[in-house]
Design a protein around this ligand. Sequence first.
Ligand code: BGC
Ligand code: BGC
Length: 857
Amino acid sequence: MSTVHTLRVSRLGAALAASLLVAACSGERSGDVAAANPQVPADGATVDPANWPQPEWPFAEDAALEKKVDDLLATMTVEEKVGQIVQGDIASITPEDVRKYRLGSILAGGGSDPGGKYNAKPEEWLALADAFWEASMDTSGGGKAIPVIWGIDAMHGQSNIVGATLFPHNIGLGAMRNPELLREIARITAIETRTTGMEWTFAPTVAVPQDDRWGRAYEGYSEDPKLVASYAGVFVEGLQGKPGTPEFLDDHHVMSSVKHFLGDGGTANGKDQGDTIVSEAQLRDIHAAGYVPAIAAGAQAVMASFNSFHGEKLHGHKPLLTDVLKDRMNFGGFIVGDWNGHGQVRGCTNTNCAQTYIAGLDMAMASDSWKGMYESTLKHVQDGTIPMERLDDAVRRILRVKFRANLFEKPKPSERALGGRFELLGAPEHREVARRAVRESLVLLKNQSGILPLSPKQTVLVAGDGADNLAKQAGGWTLTWQGDGTKREDFPNADSIWDGLKAQIDAAGGRAELAVDGKYTRKPDVAVVVFGEEPYAEFQGDLSNLMFKSGKSGDLELIQKLKAEGIPVVAVFLSGRPLWLNREINAADAFVAAWLPGSEGGGVADVLLQGADGKPQHDFKGKLSFSWPRRADQYANNVGQEGYDPLFAFGHGLTYADKGDLAPLPEEPGIDPEADGGNTWFVRGAPTTGLTLRLVGADGGAMDVVHPAAKTSDGSLQMSAINTDVQEGARLFDWSGPGAVQLLSYQPIDLSRETNGDVPVVLQLRVDALPASPDATLSAACGEGCTGEVAIGEALAKLPRGEWTRLGVPLKCLRAGGADTGRLVLPFALRAAAGTRLALASVSVSTEFDHLADCNR
Ligand code: BGC
Ligand code: BGC
């Protein structure tokens, strides 16, 4: 489609970009820019604790417990105290480090595993838990024995461990509307987590996602605060047990951390880690809804959020962390930070941030920065920057939790009640609960002529790339952070949707055939096509609109092909959010939103297939917990809001008693699909909409390019179209003098999240010729004096000549060089010297590359 772009008249665009450059330099800001830039000071959005609710903290003053805490605290050195308030990640800390620095806690992040193996054995996890515990209890060096606590993202089951039961992600649990089943899920998650030695999970997420483009939408139960509130306390109780009963934090339960406080689901444009610019009342009534019941249920930890509230990062937000959460809302546990979240507070770095503790954080998640954080914090305490009372308060809060969980009396993790009971991972009775959750979370949106339930006695084709795909079924936060890179054998206790259908069809005497591409051997009576989103986590799942892109797998074509052959089609859609896919819904006879169901594909068969008596085995129960969009640009259309106009409303979901016919839906997405560059700025040799391609010659003369071939007026830089696998798929740039290829943006681009996540700008290029000492730079700018430049001559020289490859340049290097990546108007400028000839096919911000340039920082 490059012609569309090249024919575009971009005069206006260039003028606009130029004026934005000026605006950005002079400090004028539109609301959008302010929203995008975390460095903008708070604009007066104040918080008055008196407006906030006061849940009851379920633990009465306990003199005996306080005495234990005081006695221990009185014997602790300042170093030992500081150790308690810093948490390190197992990828960056060893038991030896814990022995030496006396840290109070460790974590395993989504991408951290024993020995760096995502599929490490449960035995290896448990052995590591023992080793860390032993280090923390070792007093041979004179330190005090204070048991370390290990936190992990057991987000939908103990999803870090091979063989664990994988429950549906929260969006599916929201559709289920069943708090008692949720309690069971939490209880089982705690049990499975204990088998591998951890006593703490970073769950539940009580975000109330307001913009479905957010890559973490699926981690939230619902867009509706009431539904989230009806779940939050129950889940906490399921994990921890009921306060005041003997089961509370016993060996069968784990500590909970309710996250992410506060406003994670409300960021502008659904940007992960962005700015939440809502009123205090909205912050309270929408985003804080889950914390009220969670505190009343006795949640032992709350995790601070990456996002800002009106430009102020939560990790440094004293009014919200201390005045509201602790003082007003009676939260008596401790506040843990998120992954280097303190480093984003104004004036802080990952290894130095007194502000976060002063604001009320009690334990910093200094994953890979723990040593520097420990050292700087110690200094801050010694010189009084962090008052001793604040340090003591933080340590007290952490110790109280350790005493409440009786950890001082417990043996090492492997010797506790469930340590090493690996037969509980994916135990049949646990999987049965997960399967029930799958059944109850499926939402039926179309059932033309009552095609469902299907008779299992027929010939059934099961197709689509989600049909036999556990990774896709389980989504992010499954064995790996992004949920990618796994194999079938990593899911020993799991059934794909195909497995579930086949088992029942075989048993009923029907015939089931799996053909992902739809190429069957015998013509089926009906086809079940399973397709959807690839797994993702956090910002990597952020979208710019809600259009489902069939992508390479060609799902729409698959459904259409089967229909053209006279085969009725049941579509089962796997996704972390509602998306716009009217064409697929129209093409299929039935449409089921299955969310991210996890390990129990059998639950899908239970609802789709009839029993032996020809009646439904289980009816559809799921009701939408997120409104379904009418158009691809309807991303923030939530129940109860003004102008609410969804395609399928919150709470919608058909049953077998309903007439499931659906009139054809409009197939106009409401957006220009070509316009959606996302973070792709240049594709098939042309800039994406919103960007202008500019050539700058040796004499500084600039020209905006609209045709496939162009030359600067001084002739120093020449561009022509060349073919790749597609006609005119790239542009060839030939330098006979110094000059630059630039991409300018109409709107400032916010890449702060991607920069923090260490994502590079990726150039898909082919180097044909370079001068003897290649002098080339890549830069990005947010205006004059706001430019970051990285030398890439060496990196280019290392690339194979004449071959297509992908070179990444870390955004971090551009930021370190001086560009504020939160508001780029010139996201890309490639400057090179005479004798350089290279072809460029695409430029994007992506985690996929072949080579990475080094910025030596
Ligand atoms: C970790 C994740 C973490 C992320 C933060 C990853 O390397 O494994 O757990 O959430 O970094 O950006
Ligand atoms: C995520 C948290 C998670 C933490 C540890 C962060 O990046 O935001 O939800 O608990 O990493 O993996």
